[in-house]
Design a protein around this ligand. Structure first.
Ligand code: AMP
Length: 441
């Protein structure tokens, strides 16, 4: 049965933080992992990034730690990379915001001074890469005696990166009596081995890698400079109404969905196209879906939210008018086509600012989406000033997300003018690198 977050008996502080994070219901890995973790079992979770695995262990862990206590850490989360460590810490902060639990994140690549100072203030949860953790432990900045919770995240990556020796060393210095959790995207031989060393009678929870699109779906990606060109491309594709006989056009937002709908309505009339999104009344929505299901209308424009739970799968084409930011939605979207033995086509359109999400999706699905050539018949519009600015801003934000030290090539113009020549030079270099079609193929 589907559980809601309320069913887990989290306390109010955590439930409020979950609501504020906008999580409405637990993801499959959360459904499966939270109860055994709350019950104190060792858990091995086979789940990829993107499945919600972080909250699957962070939430029950916070529930068990409850509030700040003493000065030594009670939970240690090991991560293969600094990026993941920071993401995990962000998740913890998000959900612990109504508690007084203290988190410190430790990773290499910069001096340990600040991290040591943080540790000295007292800590409940440490998120760390194995090397930096060991260094600080050996320098006696960390007392492991109170550790009751040990999590190894992305264990397969840890093994690939050769951390096995360090992991064993860490296992020697933490108390024996503790709860262990291991998460891994895959179940390689080495992961199996470390799980054997690490976990006691674990409960294994697994989510089917929904991140693998059916191989009956052929995927294509068009690199498009701007929205107007997307419309031109859409118009071109839809001309082939024999091939494109039943299609869903996806967009992230209601606004874009409405714009696409209005455009198609003018061209094809209400007999051929409907739109569904959260602002449409339930009846209109059901009517639209039924008309599409019966085959009386050819095209359905939908947002991800509206399409959730939509029981229409057998479509010839899925067109991603934009690239979903919640990257798992990509797999959901294209899963509407190519069901059973039928083949389907998923066509995505990405502007330079969306390339970031395309890269993430490709990592998630472990495939490169083949890039299609822009047909000669499609008029490629010039990108207007406003859209250009919006794209540049978006790309800047993405870079900051990846590297918090990144000084925006776009935002910080004023501040950077005050700096010395060297930073000017750096900035020029970065600008060049910020090329929008940095796609390795
Ligand atoms: P993860 O697999 O932990 O990296 O999570 C992937 C993304 O899903 C993150 O952006 C989370 O914030 C988001 N997420 C995790 N759990 C939920 C949920 N129950 N509802 C909505 N989003 C979620």
């Amino acid at each position: 049965m589907q559980k809601s977050f309320e069913d887990f008996k989290f306390n109010r502080q955590i439930l409020n933080a979950i609501t504020e994070a906008g999580y409405e219901e637990p993801t499959p890995i959360q459904q499966k992992a939270i109860t055994p973790i709350l019950a104190g079992q060792d858990v091995m979770g086979i789940a990829q990034t993107g499945t919600g695995k972080t909250a699957a262990y962070v939430l029950p862990m916070l529930m068990k730690l409850k509030y700040a206590q003493g000065s030594d850490p009670r939970a240690l989360i090991l991560s293969p990379t600094r990026e993941l460590a920071m993401q995990i810490e962000e998740n913890i902060r998000l959900f612990a915001k109504y508690t007084d639990l203290r988190t410190v994140v430790l990773y290499g690549g910069l001096g340990p001074k600040t991290q040591i100072a943080e540790l000295e203030k007292g800590v409940d949860i440490i998120v760390a890469t194995p090397g930096r953790f060991l260094d600080l432990y050996l320098a006696e900045h960390i007392n492991t005696k109170q550790l009751k919770f040990l999590v190894m995240d992305e264990a397969d990556k840890m093994m690939d990166m050769g951390f096995i020796g360090k992991i064993h060393r860490i296992l020697e210095v933490v108390p024996r009596k503790r709860q262990n959790l291991l998460f891994s995207a895959t179940m390689s031989e080495l992961v199996h081995k470390i799980a054997g060393d690490f976990l006691a009678f674990p409960t294994v929870v697994e989510v089917s890698p929904q991140a693998t699109p059916a191989n009956t779906v052929s995927q294509q990606l068009y690199l498009v400079p701007n929205t107007k060109t997307k419309i031109n491309l859409l118009q071109y594709l839809l001309k082939d109404d024999e091939d494109f006989h039943r299609l869903i056009i996806f967009s992230k937002t209601k606004n874009t969905a409405d714009n696409i709908y209005r455009f198609l309505l003018r061209k094809y009339g209400e007999e051929e196209v409907r739109v569904i999104h959260a602002n449409k009344g339930q009846n209109t929505r059901i009517n639209s879906i039924n008309a599409f299901k019966e085959g009386s209308v050819r095209m359905l424009v939908a947002t991800d939210v509206a399409a959730r739970g939509l029981d229409v799968s057998d479509v010839s084409h899925v067109i991603n008018f934009d690239i979903p930011i919640v990257i798992e939605d990509y797999v959901h979207r294209i899963g509407r086509t190519g069901r059973a033995t039928k083949s389907g086509v998923a066509i995505s359109m990405a502007t330079p600012a969306e390339q970031y999400y395309v890269n993430k999706i490709e990592k998630l699905i472990r495939q490169q989406i083949p890039v299609a050539d822009m047909p000669d018949e499609v008029f490629v519009e010039k990108t207007g000033f406003e859209e250009q600015q919006a794209q540049a801003r978006e790309i800047d934000l993405q870079k900051r997300k990846e590297n918090p030290d990144f000084k925006g090539a776009f935002h910080d113009k004023k501040a950077s003018n005050l700096k010395v020549n060297k930073s000017k030079k750096d900035k020029a270099g970065k600008k060049k690198m910020g090329g929008q079609t940095k796609r390795k193929r």
